[in-house]
Structures are given as structure tokens and as C-alpha cells.
Write a protein that binds this ligand. Sequence first.
Ligand SMILES: C[S@@+](CC[C@H](N)C(=O)[O-])C[C@H]1O[C@@H](n2cnc3c(N)ncnc32)[C@H](O)[C@@H]1O
Length: 484
Amino acid sequence: MKIHCFLGPIPIDFFSMQKEILIETFTKKGDGAGRVVLEEGQLPSRVEIPHTMPQDRVIADLRKKRKRVVKGRLVEILTPSPFRVQAHCEHATMCGGCSWQCMEYREQLKEKERIIGTTFRDFFPQSELFPIIACDPCFHYRNKMEFSFSENRGGMRYLGLMIARAKRYVFNIHKCFLASFWFSDLLNATRKWWEESALSAYCPLENRGCLRTLTLREGKNTGEKMVILTLSHPEEILALEEKIESFVQMVVNTVGEGVSIFLRLHKAQAGEETVFEEKMLYGQDHIKEKLCLGHRELLFTISPSSFFQPNTLQAQKLFLRALEMVRPKPTDTLLDLYCGSGAVGMLFAPFVHKVIGIEENAHAVEDGRKNLLLNGIENFSIHEGDAGELLTRFRKDPQFTLPDIVVVDPPRGGLDALAIEQILLIKPKILLYISCNPATQIENIKSLQLHYRVAKIQPIDQFPHTPHIENIVLLERLSSKIDF
Ligand SMILES: C[S@@+](CC[C@H](N)C(=O)[O-])C[C@H]1O[C@@H](n2cnc3c(N)ncnc32)[C@H](O)[C@@H]1O
């Protein structure tokens, strides 16, 4: 299989030696890890090898040691782990997209449960840990994927995903089982469209070139499709109007006329914040998605830059479980922090007195306000701004109702110090923390633990065949603590 990096071909001496290794455990990033003696008489070093799992005996190419850890690349499996299965996908042994595809799905779930157990229960032994909620079916679940364009100095072109643990290396994906197959069809058709042109791929190291990414989105419950071509230095393509026309034609021919197509222009200037400009090329300015939540259905407007939970099926389970865990009262006021286009707040709205949402992304706020109208929700207001900063302002307003319940669903980096400080000052009785990164979630919760007890923990598998875990934690306020 051909691979390449932006810097040119992989140097021949990139890997230094081959060794036989028994994989004993997983790293935090979900790679297999074992031990190896590099030189006679030395103590064994830890070696980490993507696409391996405990009980595999493998031959690996070993690279130089970094911070006492040796990085390896799988060459051959001598004895497979009893949990190893045949992958669906031809790219499974190198793709950074789903490095656990070769592990039995049941075993993946057990491993995720174990990680949540050791992360949380060791610190909060009184908490109640529920079994992980599985994803069924566990393929074709993603409603959004982003593929990168890349090119080497020899002129070889690539459009696909990154190789596991090799961030700058892109390889050509022909068929991906994480999303609907129209994603793969369009990926292949775009590569062909690109081959017939002189357009260059964007090179981040030299900040030159044009084509950056191809982002595909789908309403899983509505069938609506969106295609976004992201560019830097768009002059290159904008000068070729027929190239834009042929891109639109190629997309429509491949996925049908109902599609929405956008250009996203990435404008970065040294010392200034990066700006994205969107240009609609074809179809509607958004797609719709529907969430089926028990007896209710909620309709969502999704524009190119708005967040939407990446696994629609599991989002439905996640939200219903969140509602079950919180058990709101009709008199409660709920604060939906990092509310995106309003999914959590809209779910809770009929069961509480009022909902206040805060979201930083202007596109998501606009979508969220449309969603309120679309679903006839009148007791929910969405405010645009940084969570911590807006809360600081709101608290000074005598009209502001202190919320009884706060739901937070921040990005992977977790809550910042100001948001944590404000939540502590607001003193909600219940804090529900939804996270796609348990590592930052536990750190944030530790800084709340003087005032809150961890009552319930619910992991959900939103990302089968990857080591990523979605986790909900219900925190209850300790009423006897001295307030500050
Ligand atoms: C994981 S998403 C959750 C969205 C929503 N809860 C949902 O389920 O659809 C995180 C959201 O936080 C927003 N965000 C990121 N940083 C923020 C900040 N500092 N203040 C407010 N919102 C922020 C992002 O734009 C994104 O919409």
C-alpha cells in the first residue's frame, strides 16, 4: 500500500530494528503495549504498537526511543489474541480512523468499561457505575467524516484519512465502513476529479496549495446529504470557474440531486484568528436530522459549521439516558452549557420551567434558534458567547434565575477554569457532565469534588472500533459543605 507524508517519502532508516513482542496491555490511546530488551544486559523498555491488542504475539519494526517508550509498527502477527477478528476493511491495519476494528466488538465494550471503571471508581468508590450502552449496528454509524487531501514532492496524490500515530501521513481510502457507503463512493469520485486537474493539495508546513479537506455529513434519519470542500488560497480554484462547476456536477452525479454543496474558505493570517468563509454552491443552505426520543421526535437544522453528535443512533440513547439520570422537576431551571444547536436543552424543555443555553459558535446558535421554532419550544433561550464569560455576566444580572440543574457537554479539552469557577458560584443541585474525553472529565470533576459527589456514571459507545469513549457523570451537590 502506498503511503506518503507532506515532507516527502518516509526515510529508509525510519525504523531501526525488528523484534518479537508479546502485547500485554493497552496504552491510554488504545494501542497495544509490551516490553522489549533493546540491547543485551539492558532492562526491558516499554514498546507501543498501534493495531495490536493484549495476547497478540507480533513482529514489530521499532523506532527510536522517546521518553523511555519505544514506538513500533506492526509487521506480522505470529500468534493472534483470542479476541482478534477478521476486519471488514482493507485499511484496518494502518488506518488512524478505527484502530480497534480487529478486536471483537464485545471485547471493545469490556475494555471501555474497564477504562471508565479504573478512571472513576478508584477515585469515587461510592458512585454507581452502569454497564456501557452498546451501539447496534456497530458499522456505518458516523453521520460526519472529514478526509484530507495531500500530495508529496514526487506529485503522488492522496485523499483519505491519516495513518495511525503518523499525523502528517495520509493514505488513499477506497471503502470505509464507519459511514454510509456513499461517503466512499464520493471520496473515490473526488479523487478522480482531482486527478483530472492541476489543483494542488494544501501543505501546512509550507502554507501553500489549495485543497484541504472533504467533509461529508448525513442526516441518518432523514437521508439528507451535505458535502463541504475546504480550501486555502482559494484563488487557485476560483480562477478556474469550470473546476467548481465540474466539482458540483461530479458530486450530483455521484450522490444525487438532493445534496447540499459548500466551499469553505480557510483564511489564516499570521498573528490573526483563522476565519472560515462559507460559499453555498448547490442545494439547500443546511440539512435536516431527526432524533427519535421515546415518544417524541425532534427536528434539527444542521449548517456546515455546526456541531451535531456524530452518531445519531447513539445520540438518541445518550440523551434519553441523560433525562432518566437527572429526573428534572417542572419547577426547575436548567442551564445547557456548550449547547451546540440546542439538542440537550430541547430534550429537557417540556419537563422543566425554563432552559438557558450558552454556545460560542454563531452558526450553531443560529441553527439552535431555528430548531426552537421548528419544534415549537418556547421556554428555551440560546445565548452566544464563551460559557465562563457569559455566566460571569449573567450572575451580575438580578433578573438571572440561578439554575437548579446544569448540563455541560464541552469539547474534548473539557471545562476551563472560569467555567468551573462560575458553576461553583451558581451552585446547581445537580450537575450532569457529558463528555467525549473521560481524561479531561475526571480532571474537571476532581476540582469540583469538595462540593459535589459523583452519584452515577454511564458510559456509552458512540465510537465503535475506536478507543474513544462517551461518558455521562451525574454529580449531586453536597449540601453540608461550607460555601465560598
Ligand atoms: C460536544 S459539543 C456539544 C453540543 C451539544 N450539547 C449537542 O449535544 O449537540 C460542544 C459545543 O461546545 C461549543 N463550545 C466550545 N467552546 C465553547 C466555549 N468556550 N463556550 C461555549 N461553547 C463552546 C462548541 O461550539 C460545540 O457546539
